[in-house]
Design a protein around this ligand. Structure first.
Ligand SMILES: C[S@@+](CC[C@H](N)C(=O)[O-])C[C@H]1O[C@@H](n2cnc3c(N)ncnc32)[C@H](O)[C@@H]1O
Length: 184
């Protein structure tokens, strides 16, 4: 299963390449298995990486890692070029606090989030999220999916502007659309 997660990220490397030009440091918030950011680091080794989560469920452990309380990131203002929240916000108890902290510690925030396709009901969305998490051996007690509207509102409340919004290629069977947001 983890091999599958590695493949998914490897397939997206070319998608992300144009967005990381000039970036020297990255904080991966909600690193989870940490597989995606480790694959990323192998392709872009010149960048300095840090990772953080509220629990340690890492399957790869080469990059520096911290556990924190889920509300205050143990880093200084603008310490990183970018913070990455890859499918993390919808698993947070308080996504606004996490996003505001991401903004505080970095110059830009990269968010990857999914929305249900039109006509997909919430029960189906939750069921397929549970299946995806269990396929990847990830335990997350919280899942509060966003709609496009509720995510835009969250960005606004956190004082972040959308500089770029690009659909991420998704070839799975879930009825979702994935987006990459570049925020400042
Ligand atoms: C789907 S998982 C990991 C996704 C991971 N970013 C990836 O790229 O595969 C979501 C993660 O968010 C973490 N999380 C939940 N609340 C958090 C918070 N307040 N701050 C940071 N991470 C949090 C969970 O512990 C979990 O590891």
């Amino acid at each position: 299963m983890n091999k599958q997660l590695e493949d998914i990220i490897s397939d997206l490397i070319e998608f992300f390449r144009p967005h990381i030009e000039g970036i020297d440091s990255v904080l991966d918030i909600g690193t989870g298995t940490s597989i995606p950011i480790h694959v990323f680091a192998e392709h872009f080794p010149e960048i300095k990486y840090n990772t953080i989560d509220i629990v340690d469920i890492r399957k790869r452990k080469t990059l520096p890692f911290k556990i924190y309380n889920g509300s205050q990131l143990p880093f200084g203002n603008s310490e990183f070029d970018i913070s990455v929240l890859n499918e993390t916000l919808h698993h947070c108890e308080d996504p606004l606090t996490v996003l505001a902290e991401a903004r505080r510690v970095s110059k830009s925030v990269f968010v990857i989030e999914h929305f249900p396709c039109r006509g997909t009901d919430i029960k189906e969305l939750i069921k397929t999220e549970e299946k995806a998490l269990s396929d990847f051996n990830i335990e997350c007690s919280i899942y509060k999916p966003f709609t496009e509207h509720s995510l835009y509102l969250l960005f606004e409340k956190a004082g972040l502007d959308i500089l770029d919004q690009i659909e991420v290629p998704y070839h799975g069977s879930r009825k979702i659309k994935k987006y990459f947001f570049k925020l400042e």
